[in-house]
Design a protein around this ligand. Structure first.
Ligand code: CAA
Length: 396
């Protein structure tokens, strides 16, 4: 009976390993990424040394199988990693999120032993950086409607097309590229390929001049008759769309975590400012107008975190989590924008200048409502899953 009760009880406690991870990542982020965040935002310089430091600490392979040099940790740990980095530097958090969750994890899940041996060990150690190429200028939300083509030729496929808004674009070494191998089959004709940067015919567009996360090397990845060996196909021919969707399901937990990190960073800054700032003869934190703004954000951060951990926990348990990750991303990304907006408001004139981080949080937050599926796409995913549950009478 006791055993049964223990099994049924929801645990709101982190494991010792997870606690330790949060402490470590918070310390290294505060020490190494915080000050630099402002500089890289201004200059657009890709912070390669941040990635290298994360690699040295084993974070670039945190959730990858130990057999391939990874840390074998769970998805909650992944959420902690991304949140703690994003709390001080959203750019660095998306670099590692794309590397680990969008490029490395699908190789671990769908890759052949050959692909795992060839690429996963290097990805885990951070010897190479990964990227994920799905979007095109004409197909962002409508991901299946891509123009990139892959044509079979002997032992190879020849890839042609242009992928757009690729995080880690010109900096990565390895790309998962989704291409149409049989247009008549629509989404069922899409195939995922592993493309190396040094393959002939791979080139890059100019760096995008973005509102936020300005140093993540976002650019087009162009494929001009790139000859990719068949052994570099991830999964089977025609599996690409499902691989893309399943990868994004998990990726969205990362973006929700990035968003909660930005919200927490904004909140922490607003609190520390409100404790110091005098107005009308007292510290502004004493005013109810300020307290109410802070309380609203603090409450929603708690709620958002629980949504993230619920989605991550379902992933870790092998349960269906598509709806839950979309809910977490939708809620947390809209919260990030709101929290950063409130932080700017509380800092007033200072919040509107680059003297403080509030304006950067405000600019960085917005992308979380756009990439890895806009808020509108999350609503579609949630609605589709609710309808499916109703139809199949599933209780979730
Ligand atoms: N898991 C597994 N299979 C899935 C799935 C999922 N989560 N979602 C859909 N599928 C399957 C369906 O079951 C269906 O399979 P069958 O044909 O066998 O029945 C198939 O995929 C097609 O499904 P839909 O009819 O639902 O597909 P759709 O074309 O209507 O698109 C969509 C659905 C949800 C809108 C999808 O296109 C989508 O998620 N779009 C957003 C794309 C996106 O998030 N892009 C972000 C770019 S990546 C990025 O931002 C990276 C970065 O740099 C940070």
């Amino acid at each position: 009976m006791k055993e049964l009760l223990e099994k049924q009880t929801l645990s709101f406690r982190f494991t010792e390993e997870q606690e330790m991870l949060r402490k470590t990542v918070r310390e290294i982020s505060e020490e190494n990424f915080k000050e630099k965040a402002r500089e890289i935002d201004k200059t657009h310089r890709f912070p390669r040394e941040n990635f290298e430091l994360l690699a040295k600490l084993g974070m670039t392979g945190l959730t990858l199988p130990e057999q391939y040099g990874g840390g074998g940790m769970d998805c909650i740990s992944y959420a902690i990693l991304i949140e703690e980095i994003a709390r001080v530097c959203a750019t660095t958090s998306v670099i590692i999120a794309v590397h680990l969750s969008l490029c490395s994890m699908p190789i671990a899940k769908f890759g052949s032993d050959f692909l795992k041996d060839k690429y996963l060990k290097k990805l885990a150690k951070g010897e190479i950086l990964g990227a994920y190429c799905l979007s095109e200028t004409g197909s962002g939300s409508d991901a299946a409607n891509m123009l990139t083509r892959a044509t079979e030729k002997g032992d190879f496929y020849i890839l042609n097309g242009t992928k757009a808004w690729i995080t880690n674009g010109s900096e990565a070494d390895l790309y998962i590229v989704f291409a149409q191998t049989n247009p008549e089959l629509k989404h069922k004709g899409i195939t995922a390929f592993l493309v190396e940067k040094n393959m002939s015919g791979v080139s890059f567009g100019k760096l995008e001049d973005k509102l936020g996360i300005r140093a993540s090397a976002t650019c087009q990845v162009r494929l001009d008759n790139v000859k990719v060996p068949k052994e570099n196909i991830l999964g089977n021919v025609g599996d690409g769309f499902k691989i893309a969707m399943m990868t994004l399901d998990r990726g969205r937990i990362g973006i929700a975590s990035q968003a909660i990190g930005i919200a927490q960073g904004s909140y922490d800054l607003a609190v520390s400012y409100a404790k110091e700032r005098d107005a009308f003869g007292q510290k502004i934190i004493n005013f109810q107008a300020i307290q109410f703004m802070l309380v609203e954000i603090a409450t929603e951060i708690e709620a958002g975190r629980l949504l993230i951990y619920q989605a991550a926990n379902r992933y870790d348990q092998g349960l269906d989590f598509t709806k839950h990750s979309a809910i977490a991303k939708l809620f947390c990304s809209e919260l990030a924008t709101k929290a950063a907006n409130k932080a700017v408001q509380i800092l007033g004139g200072y919040g509107y200048t680059t003297e403080y981080d509030a304006e950067r949080f405000y600019r960085d937050a917005k992308i979380t409502e756009i990439y890895e599926g806009t808020s509108e796409i999350q609503r579609i995913v949630i609605a589709k899953n609710i309808i499916k549950e109703l139809t199949e009478n599933i209780d979730k």
